[in-house]
Design a protein around this ligand. Structure first.
Ligand code: PHE
Length: 461
């Protein structure tokens, strides 16, 4: 049991705005700026955007409300939250799954974030001014991410930045940096949208992005969209439980969750408006290119764009900042667990999680060229980084979200769940629809998609 003094010692955000900015910072990340546009490009442009929006509204938002509510009600890290809401039950294991997922995602996320740092430096030093086609930028990409020393250095550098912020605590670390980084991020995003939309030929890109091609929609599209929604909204592993636990009881969970969801979705949509018009200014560039879109295709067009170097640098700086505010939240989940449950000091927890994530990230960092074995693992035939992303960034989040819905909808519900998530809300009319979604639609939809995912992995693969 915790004592009253422990309760009062727990830090809180200074305001709802602080929570919304920090949670939006977690949500807006590589998932929005890098992954969302290429997934939309591969899956039918606007058709994908529509499906994604529906999933965010019907599944993402209710799960977000549930997570923030559970956190605010229990004032604990994910493990402690489940343990408090259902004492002496096995549910705390779900929280533990979240913490482990946090370690897993942080380790490889920081590798990719390291690439964005490398690219910021490259763009700023004018490298892309001399590269004129995707063949050249592709070779540069392979060269950079295939060099062990480079990737490991920037992986370490990025993690060090993350630790430096989180070590300061909720208010003096996370909140303070959020207030600096989020406006910068928004400004950079808006500048880039303006640049892209005023390029010659922008209309073609917008047409591709906003004209739905429903012939590309298959059951897999839903799977991809749901996975992307969880990843992008930072759901299914306890980030929102942890951030919600620092939210004051007076705050309206629904309003906070809706704001975060809106911000995140808007950022993803805007990232598409940056990428597609830019792509279509050059003949023969394929918007369906996939993961290489931001690192290979885009750098090949900077030389064609007025002030391209500047905007290229801005683009990769945007990616880095977005990744940093997300990595902060991943680290905070692990740190909150170690300080709440194990009584560690924040400093010790930060150093340890940073070190473990660095080590865990080494094979991922070496799997994009430096090691042939890690770049194409036996049996699964994918690289280690992709494997980590499949296991932690996709499977574990989906499973975590499913278990959370079952817990909040059936084990914790209805009174406590409604109190936790909805008490004091300015929108009491949402109580019933929310409960219905969390009990029926969400688990059914997520369960179906999880089954599909497992079949795809084990049956075909
Ligand atoms: N939401 C982040 C992004 O879009 C990634 C993330 C996933 C962060 C899960 C925390 C938890 O990049």
């Amino acid at each position: 049991m915790t004592t009253h003094s422990e309760e009062t010692r727990r830090e809180t955000w200074s305001s709802r705005v602080a929570f919304v900015l920090a949670a939006a910072g977690s949500a807006i990340g590589l998932g929005n700026v890098w992954r969302f546009p290429y997934l939309a490009g591969q899956n039918g442009g606007a058709a994908f955007v529509f499906i994604y929006l529906a999933i965010v509204l019907l599944i993402g938002l209710p799960v977000m409300i549930a997570e923030v509510g559970l956190g605010r009600f229990t004032r604990r890290n994910p493990v402690g939250a489940f343990a408090r809401a259902a004492p002496a039950s096995g549910w705390r294991t779900v929280g533990l799954l979240g913490v482990i997922t946090g370690f897993g995602i942080l380790s490889y996320y920081s590798v990719v974030a390291g690439w964005t740092l490398i690219y910021t430096v490259q763009a700023a030093s004018g490298t892309f001014a001399t590269l004129t086609d995707p063949g050249q930028t592709g070779r540069l990409f392979e060269h950079l991410v295939g060099d062990a020393r480079t990737v490991l250095t920037f992986h370490a550098l990025f993690l060090t930045l993350t630790v430096a912020v989180v070590i300061g605590g909720v208010r003096r670390g996370i909140e303070r940096w959020t207030f600096i980084l989020m406006p910068v991020l928004l400004l950079m995003l808006l500048l880039l949208v303006l640049r892209s939309l005023t390029l010659e030929g922008a209309a073609k890109g917008i047409a591709f992005y906003l004209n739905p091609d429903f012939s590309k929609v298959t059951p897999v599209t839903f799977l991809v969209a749901l996975g992307q929604a969880f990843f992008s909204l930072s759901l299914g592993m306890g980030v929102m439980i942890t951030y919600g636990s620092y939210l004051s009881e007076r705050e309206d969970v629904v309003v906070a969750a809706v704001s975060v969801t809106l911000f995140d979705t808007l950022a993803a949509f805007l990232a598409g408006l940056v990428i597609f018009p830019a792509l279509f200014t050059v003949e023969g560039v394929e918007p369906t290119q996939g993961a290489g879109l931001a690192f290979v295709v885009l750098p090949a067009i900077f030389h064609r764009i007025p002030l391209g170097n500047l905007f290229g640098t801005l683009f990769f700086a945007l990616l880095t900042v977005a990744a940093l505010t997300s990595a902060i939240s991943l680290l905070e989940v692990c740190v909150a667990y170690l300080t709440d449950e194990k009584g560690w000091t924040r400093k010790r927890a930060c150093y340890l999680v940073g070190l473990v994530s660095f080590t865990l990230g080494i094979p991922a960092a070496l799997s994009t060229g430096a090691s042939t074995f890690l770049s194409r693992l036996p049996l699964v035939h994918i690289g280690f980084l992709d494997l980590m992303d499949t296991i932690f960034g996709n499977l574990a989040l989906t499973l975590g979200a499913l278990l959370l819905c079952l817990f909040v909808g059936w084990r914790w519900a209805p009174e406590d769940a409604l109190t936790g998530a909805m008490e004091g809300s300015a929108y009491p009319g949402l109580r019933r629809p929310w409960l219905l979604l969390i009990r029926y639609l969400c688990p059914l939809a997520i369960g179906t998609i999880l089954l599909q995912l497992l079949m795809k992995l084990f049956v075909q693969g």
